[in-house]
Design a protein around this ligand. Structure first.
Ligand SMILES: C[S@@+](CC[C@H](N)C(=O)[O-])C[C@H]1O[C@@H](n2cnc3c(N)ncnc32)[C@H](O)[C@@H]1O
Ligand code: SF4
Length: 381
């Protein structure tokens, strides 16, 4: 019997963007600002209805974090967040919960940010990507470098808890340009930084017309530079792409990486829930209009599947081994209901190849293992 974890994360998807970036394969749909204003109220009504449908299922849990992701959540009026958060707060105590909103620097309105803070959002994740105008243009971002810096200033007025998203390995980016981005990001002293290696995803404009990107060796050199510089600035590298000042790790993402449960609301959102010893996943339909229509008709997910027992070790490792500190050994059985001894051979094989390290309490990837994660995971397939 797999016990349900005490806490659960809540993900809320806001699916609209002013412009679709050519590298992005997230569930985001282009819509003008006026169109978003026309749709947002109805969409939030449906989010509240969807939440009401699930609240019994998770009534014995603590909602430890809420993440408003996108898309571009900063296009949405603060009052709508207020209504949704107070509805959730009626049933769940949110006083210690981390509540994050993603924001795009091209959509920053100072009064909105004052109000986002008032309605209970306590952490902002700003999609900066780069401080270099040449790269921002190639990425077709809707903001300049100066606007990105101005956005950080505004957000820091109202939020002390701030993440900046940046990407590296950008089209024609060199090491010096990456160093400038890194330095500018550090100068703002955010307590969290995410540095993602640009990947060319299928179904994106960059996939159809690939830009020239740095070689793997050059990108690896950039990654090492990021690690070294952020260490000098006292950031803890706690996950492949995530760096935080002590005590400021993203609670919401940590829950994913520790194979915790989460409930997803909104178009394309998905959930992982442990219930009566079973773990199941649910997916919502991706198109915002279809999502609204389905919830109107009381259809709350398009797909529900159980995670098979045989797949659990792989799923668990795929998440937890992204963390530089790996996982506490007792967590494996707690989350999967399977004794660690059942996967002893696979673990020992990776230990003998110096890809995994084990001590009395934890199992974690070695420095080499971090870069050969796929090889470790292959053992658990
Ligand atoms: C869901 S996006 C939302 C952020 C927000 N909409 C924005 O772009 O300003 C989260 C982050 O994923 C990263 N990301 C998106 N597509 C990526 C790709 N193809 N490769 C690497 N990182 C990517 C970007 O840094 C982005 O800020
Ligand atoms: S703004 Fe963010 S979510 Fe929207 S298309 Fe660009 S990267 Fe994707």
């Amino acid at each position: 019997m797999i016990p349900s974890p005490k806490s659960i994360g809540l993900y809320v998807h806001l699916p609209w963007c002013i412009h679709k970036c050519p590298y992005c394969d997230f569930n985001s749909h282009e819509a003008s600002f006026d169109k978003v204003k026309e749709l947002e109220r109805d969409y939030f009504k449906n989010l509240i209805k969807e939440f009401s449908f699930y609240k019994e299922l998770i009534s014995d849990r603590q909602i430890s974090s809420i993440f408003f992701g996108g898309g571009t959540p900063s296009l949405i009026a603060p009052q709508l967040y207020e209504e949704l958060i107070s509805e959730i707060h009626t049933y769940f105590n949110l006083s210690n919960s981390e509540i994050t909103m993603e924001a795009n620097p091209g959509t920053i309105d100072i009064n909105n940010f004052k109000d986002y803070a008032k309605v209970g959002i306590n952490r902002i994740s700003l999609g900066i990507q780069s401080f270099n105008d040449k790269h921002l243009k190639k990425l077709e971002r809707i903001h300049s470098s100066d606007e990105a810096k101005h956005a950080i200033d505004i957000v820091q007025k109202y939020f002390s808890n701030l993440n900046l998203d940046l990407m590296f390995g950008l089209p024609q980016q060199n090491l010096e340009e990456l160093q400038c981005d890194l330095q500018t990001a550090c100068d703002f002293e955010p307590n969290h930084l995410s540095f993602y290696h640009l990947t060319i995803e299928p179904q994106t404009a960059f996939y159809k017309t690939p830009p020239e990107i740095p070689s793997d060796d050059d990108a690896f050199e950039m990654y090492q530079e990021i690690n070294q510089q952020l260490q000098r600035y006292h950031y803890v590298h706690y996950e492949t792409s995530a760096f935080a000042k002590q005590g400021y790790q993203s609670q919401h993402n940590l829950n994913y990486w520790l194979f915790g449960d989460y409930l997803g609301l909104g178009a394309g959102a998905h959930s992982k829930i442990t219930h009566y010893g079973e773990i199941f996943r649910m997916n919502n339909t991706k198109n915002p209009k279809t999502y609204i229509d389905s919830v109107h008709q009381n259809k709350f997910f398009s797909n529900k599947t159980n995670i098979l027992k045989n797949d659990l070790p792989f799923e668990f490792m795929m998440n937890t081994l992204r963390l530089t500190n790996g996982f506490q050994k007792n967590l494996f059985e707690e989350r999967t209901g399977i004794e660690l001894n059942n996967i002893r051979n696979q673990i020992n094989d990776s230990i003998s190849k110096e890809l995994l390290h084990e001590d009395e309490n934890i199992i974690k990837p070695t420095k080499k293992g971090v870069f050969f994660l796929n090889e470790i995971l292959h053992n658990f397939l």
